[in-house]
Design a protein around this ligand. Structure first.
Ligand SMILES: [Zn+2]
Length: 161
């Protein structure tokens, strides 16, 4: 497996949303509630426990940090403080059992290819997409809900940026 970075949303974004209950950049109101179904927190990349934990729904530009062209959409984070997912920890095991779409982008937000993974075997799909040198990064989305989950970058590539 080639070295990859799992890039969850920045901690500053999560903390800002918790403190203000407003979406960064947009200022749209964020919504805090008890989790009623299993959705991942985009900061720690763990499932927000339904019936136990609280979550915040807010609007997030899934291309912030990598592109000038935005594409806002709804995402959840834990309402309480949590630890950001470690970038070198590999594909998040808590998310392996749910169908995800891997979208491979070239800089300029050009979609090069995509893979639908429903059997938990993400690593071969990630390798296949990164084998194309045009691909700069991958966006991982929920296949069923369509929401942005996290980004994957090549480890080595990042050093050059
Ligand atoms: Zn969390």
């Amino acid at each position: 497996m080639l070295p990859i970075r799992i890039v969850a949303i920045p901690t500053e974004v999560a903390e800002s949303v918790r403190a203000t209950l407003k979406a960064p950049k947009y200022g749209f109101p964020a919504h805090a509630e008890h989790a009623t179904d299993a959705a991942p927190c985009r900061h720690c990349l763990r499932i927000i426990a339904p019936g136990k934990e609280r979550r915040i729904l807010f609007t997030y530009d899934r291309f912030s940090e990598v592109e000038k062209l935005p594409q806002p959409g709804p995402i959840y984070i834990h309402a309480e403080s949590c630890d950001r997912y470690a970038e070198n920890a590999g594909f998040p095991e808590e998310l392996r059992d749910s169908p995800r779409t891997l979208e491979a982008y070239e800089e300029g937000r050009r979609l090069v290819a995509q893979e639908y993974v429903a059997d938990g075997k993400f690593e071969p799909a990630i390798e296949k997409l990164f084998a194309d040198s045009k691909v700069d990064y991958l966006q991982v989305n929920s296949t069923t809900a369509g929401c942005f989950t996290f980004r994957i970058e090549r480890s080595a590539n990042h050093e050059q940026r």
